[in-house]
Design a protein around this ligand. Structure first.
Ligand code: SF4
Length: 382
């Protein structure tokens, strides 16, 4: 009689291996037995504004590959996963800002290498927007280092002209100009502004450790003024400020419970700047960035998630993982305000290597057919 290996094994006493949930150094689930990988829940991808912090924290703390898988599935319910929007950000007024954001080289509270300058003239801004468009960017953002627009009547008029002209080029136009009143938001809308960026930066609890010259609620008031004016809201955060995981969760929770989800969620990672109080902060890990993106994708399913400052510190493969986790826009061009940025050629080559393409601007997106419901998604994947 032939004795086979399976037969021998079947005679051995059965030993049940029990491997406890392992926690890695950050407290996230690292391995479980039985395997916890499972299909997305039926409710994944639903638009909700009643998320609890506990629910979001549970997503955030899940096994990383599982949350990326779930986020990728949600991503496909609401977005074309092959499209990544290219956006370009220009600093139209550098430095000399009276706010004290501890990460920022443009704050007049710190001695940094950034030199203050006046508002850039209209023509160089339009030339930069044309160049961005020629290179494939479909969104042009203009940033000014200001607390607000008080006493800047002529500067504001110039910016309104820039908005009108860039919008006329068929690009989405975004500005970030500090705090806005409802009247200023209305005028920006009339000029054709597509979106206004005003980041919450971090959780409500951690925020006072980073900025003391304006409150969290000041920021939310500006976001609401923008929303009321009919302008899209772009609001996100910065990772690596010294915050904890619960602050990353707190930021996502805060945005998910606003009157509407922001249309855009930029994810910045701190680029430490000499002379700022955070110049010696440790870099944030790529796993933390991926957790944050995947969690944001699950909680804010229709929002465009933008890889913003600090992207150049991640490898191409790490960025591809971020796209898998739900990021679908990148800032590209020459600089990212005062920090380095990967260039268009480099980025277009990267996208092409991963089978990705640029996202068209909202104006010509309507003909992009993407599955939005579970049944459409099921059919699309047959
Ligand atoms: S982040 Fe903006 S508001 Fe804060 S100091 Fe810098 S320029 Fe000023």
């Amino acid at each position: 009689m032939t004795v086979t290996l399976p037969r021998v094994l079947s005679t051995l006493p059965r030993v049940r291996l029990s491997v406890p949930v392992l926690r890695n150094v950050r407290g996230h689930a690292a391995a479980v037995d039985p395997p916890s990988f499972r299909p997305p829940k039926p409710e994944d991808g639903a638009m909700r504004r009643d998320w609890t912090k506990r629910e979001i924290q549970d997503i955030f703390d899940g096994p990383l590959m599982e949350i990326i898988f779930r986020a990728a599935t949600v991503h496909r319910m609401h977005h074309d996963p092959s499209r990544i929007q290219l956006c370009t950000l220009m600093n139209i007024k550098t430095g000399g800002c009276t706010e004290d954001c501890k990460y920022c080289s443009q704050s007049s509270s710190y001695k940094t290498p950034t030199k203050a300058s006046r508002l850039v003239d209209i023509e160089p801004v339009l030339a930069a927007a044309r160049k961005a468009k020629e290179n494939g960017s479909t969104r042009f953002c203009m940033g000014a280092a200001w607390r607000d627009l008080a006493g800047r009547k002529s500067g504001f008029e110039k910016i309104l002209t820039m908005v009108k002209e860039v919008r006329g080029m068929g690009m989405e136009v975004c500005t970030t100009l500090g705090m806005l009143s409802p009247e200023q938001a209305k005028r920006l809308k009339e000029a054709g502004l597509s979106a206004y960026n005003h980041n919450l930066d971090t959780s409500r609890e951690f925020y006072p450790e980073v900025i003391t010259t304006r409150t969290y609620d000041d920021r939310i008031s500006t976001i609401e003024a923008v929303r009321q004016a009919g302008i899209s809201v772009c609001s996100g955060g910065i990772l690596g400020l010294g915050e904890k995981d619960e602050d990353r969760v707190g930021l996502i929770h805060e945005l998910s419970t606003l009157s509407e989800h922001p249309e855009s969620f930029p994810v910045n990672t701190l680029v430490p700047i000499e002379g700022t109080p955070l110049e010696k902060n440790d870099p944030v890990s790529v796993q933390t960035v991926l957790r944050t993106i995947a969690t944001a994708r699950m909680v804010l399913p229709t929002t465009i998630i933008r890889l913003a400052a600090g992207r150049h510190t991640f490898s191409e493969t790490e960025q591809a993982m971020a796209f898998m986790a739900g990021a679908n826009a990148i800032f590209t061009g020459e600089t990212m305000l005062t920090t380095p940025c990967s260039g268009w050629d480099q980025d277009k080559a990267m996208l092409s290597r991963w089978g990705l393409r640029g996202l068209r601007s909202f104006e010509d997106q309507e003909d992009i057919s993407v599955p939005t419901t579970r049944s459409e998604l099921d059919k699309a994947t047959l």
